[in-house]
Design a protein around this ligand. Structure first.
Ligand SMILES: NC(=O)c1ccc[n+]([C@@H]2O[C@H](COP(=O)([O-])OP(=O)(O)OC[C@H]3O[C@@H](n4cnc5c(N)ncnc54)[C@H](OP(=O)(O)O)[C@@H]3O)[C@@H](O)[C@H]2O)c1
Length: 284
């Protein structure tokens, strides 16, 4: 196992640096004075999960790496891609990798094993559903439109704030004592989708309805909206398999890494309102 020695000035890279967690990890590292190479398809050097021949240039000179996989670590090709990334990272001299993973996803856990057994220093941040799916992802439009329709009814999920995920990831990247551990991160409470929407409605002061729809009907609508086949398959798996109650429990990863409790959903809602993310577009 790599000893995970820390150099005085470590160079960090973030894959998916413009994303929900990558952006926050980058901001935190930079505000601590670290050098960060931001990586995605639109950066220079570029990093594209579909263009492995470009990975060596993207990882050259990097000591520690935060990895978000696209579209989701649960897809079939993730295990192979993560394996290839690790081989490239080792060849490039990367010492430590922090991988974002999903809780209760069998495919994701196969990819996790590739990192755990890689011989590199590692951390896994295994997250429940993000609160920010309501404001920065596929559920945001429903909130703005005043009605969110999903194939989920009474299932409860411990939605986690991506600010907490970023805090845990940065701790894992910068604190050698935390190396080679899994941090399973959740929020502090179990909520249904309807309860989340009711809290957003209460704090924004806008009527926002939640409606449960049949999965097949929902997938047909997504198809009509032009959502690609692979993303529809992924969403189907997430809603019909992962949301079957297996994740309806709290875990302690945020407190283990940060010695503080995770952020309540109501606090996430207040921050999101303050940031203006749910403000309706101004029209003439
Ligand atoms: N959402 C959840 O509730 C949840 C829960 C648990 C785990 N996860 C995991 O979170 C991971 C995603 O992390 P995230 O939500 O922080 O990211 P995200 O917001 O989905 O990330 C978008 C970023 O990824 C880049 N990107 C998109 N396609 C890419 C590609 N083919 N190659 C390289 N970069 C690409 C984008 O930039 P460009 O457009 O410039 O490429 C952008 O910077 C997934 O692996 C998923 O399994 C999600």
């Amino acid at each position: 196992m790599n000893t995970h020695n820390r150099k005085p000035s470590r160079r960090f890279a973030v894959i998916g640096a413009g994303g929900k967690t990558g952006r926050r990890v980058t901001q935190r590292l930079q505000s601590q004075g670290h050098s960060v190479r931001t990586l995605s398809r639109s950066t220079s050097p570029a990093f594209d999960w579909a263009q492995a021949h470009n990975w060596p240039a993207a990882l050259q000179g990097i000591d520690a790496l935060y990895v978000t996989y696209q579209p989701d670590l649960a897809v079939a090709r993730a295990q192979e891609d993560i394996g290839q990334l690790i081989r490239c990272a080792k060849d490039s001299g990367v010492e430590h990798i922090v991988l974002l993973s999903g809780r209760g996803e069998a495919g994701a856990q196969q990819a996790e094993q590739v990192l755990i057994t890689s011989g590199l220093s590692w951390n896994l941040v295994r997250a429940s559903w993000f609160c920010q799916n309501f404001s920065e992802s596929f559920m945001a439009q429903g909130i703005l439109d005043g009605e969110l329709c999903l194939p989920a009814d009474t299932i409860r999920e411990p939605f986690v704030d991506t600010d907490d995920i970023a805090d845990v990831a940065v701790a894992a990247l910068t604190r050698p004592a935390l190396a080679n551990r899994v941090f399973e991160v959740t929020g502090p409470e179990l909520l249904t989708f309807a309860e989340c929407v009711a809290e957003i409605s209460r704090q924004t002061g806008r009527p926002i309805a939640y409606r449960t729809v049949a999965a097949e009907q929902w997938l047909q609508v997504l198809q009509q909206q032009g959502v690609p086949d692979d993303i529809r398959d992924l969403l189907k798996e997430l809603f019909t398999e992962v949301l079957d109650g297996r994740n309806a429990s709290l875990s302690t990863g945020v407190t283990e890494a940060l010695q503080r409790p995770p952020t309540p959903f109501a606090t996430y809602v207040r921050k999101t309102i303050d940031a203006g993310l749910w403000s309706p577009a101004v029209t003439d």
